[in-house]
Design a protein around this ligand. Structure first.
Ligand code: P6P
Length: 330
């Protein structure tokens, strides 16, 4: 009899059984994140039919127009994670300051950062968008509210990270440090089923991915490093939706680059809830993630919404970019 694929919950529970001291709080937390992504997926895929298209009529802390689906996704994650009883602090791209929670004493050991709906400017034209999340163990004293000190941690301290991509199918990709695994939503079941076990990033891939429309704004070293991928041996693929570009790079290899430029000297993408979770995944999958010079997983955010240049990809491709950036002429 053909084995049916493992569900996300079964996979999380199987991983937790490897830790005898586990209390089950982590499993509850990861199930909550999976549920939130399924709820967001349903609305994103019906956006054209529902009342959630278009703008909410306000700007967020980033100064960006907030789409109604941004608000819906953020509210869904906040509500679901709060109900889990497993978190003491939440940091979101949509919230200027963290949400501090009175955690249940025996379970509130975690702090979660997330970009609830990355790439939302693409929603109205039916381009893939996604949710990105990272899970830290709390650092603040266990008896009180959590706070920003529980969130401002480097990606090397993550205990779990992942994303959901809402595209031609909904795929949930995550790691708890035991490899990277992908689950595809079966809408008829409402279950996320294991579809990509133990993802590994090819060391060298056929694509390079960056917004070459900004070439004239790049520093000379960045322009030189990007040109290393423009010898005709690679195809340019750039969706303009981070989760879509990262997912393709994770599965097919190549390199994604969002460099600094004259108008954005620190880059555009956010360190804590975009670059850091993706860097954790890429390193878990045998790939690399840097800002061009320093591993993303080593960077400690000073503020919740710090930005960083971001390079994601296979080990050889990222090394090629970094050596070119450093002036290696070969
Ligand atoms: P640009 C979407 O707005 C986003 O935040 C990421 O999803 C994406 O990678 C990036 O911005 C695209 O930025 O400047 O190339 O349009």
């Amino acid at each position: 009899m053909q084995q049916r694929p493992m569900t996300l919950v079964e996979h999380i529970e199987a991983s937790e059984r490897r830790f005898p001291e586990a209390t089950g709080a982590f499993t509850v937390l990861m199930q909550a994140i999976g549920l939130a992504c399924k709820i967001i997926s349903r609305e994103v895929n019906q956006a054209g039919l529902g009342k959630l298209l278009g703008l909410a009529g306000r700007t967020n802390v980033q100064g960006e127009q907030v789409a109604r689906l941004d608000e819906f996704a953020n509210d869904t994650l906040v509500r679901t994670l709060t109900r889990s009883g497993s978190v003491c602090a939440l940091g979101s791209e949509e919230l200027a300051v963290p949400i501090r929670l009175p955690p249940a004493p025996e379970t509130g050991h975690y702090a979660v950062v997330f970009d609830p709906l990355d790439g939302s400017s693409n929603i109205d034209v039916a381009v893939s968008v996604g949710t990105i999340f990272g899970v830290f163990r709390r650092r603040s004293p266990a008896e009180g509210l959590g706070g920003v000190e529980d969130l401002l941690q480097p990606a090397s301290s993550l205990v779990a990270a992942g994303y959901a991509i809402y595209g031609s199918s909904t795929v949930f990709v995550y790691s708890t440090g035991l490899g990277v695994h992908g689950f595809t939503l079966d809408p008829s079941l409402g279950e996320l089923l294991l579809s990509h076990e133990n993802i590994r990033v090819p060391a060298r891939g056929p694509y390079y991915s960056c917004n070459t429309g900004y070439r004239d704004r790049w520093p000379e070293d960045v322009a030189r490093a990007v040109s290393r991928f423009e010898d005709g041996s690679r195809s340019l693929r750039y969706v303009g939706s981070l989760v879509a570009d990262a997912h393709r790079t994770l599965l097919r290899g190549g390199i994604f680059i969002y460099p600094p430029d004259r108008s954005k000297p620190e880059g555009k993408l956010r360190l804590l809830y975009e670059a850091a979770p993706l860097a954790f995944l890429f390193e878990q999958a045998g790939g690399r993630a840097s800002d061009g010079r320093q591993r993303i997983t080593e960077k400690v955010p000073a503020q919740l919404h710090d930005r960083t240049p971001l390079v994601l990809g296979g080990s050889e491709d990222v090394a090629l970019y970094e050596s070119a950036l450093a002036g290696d002429a070969s």
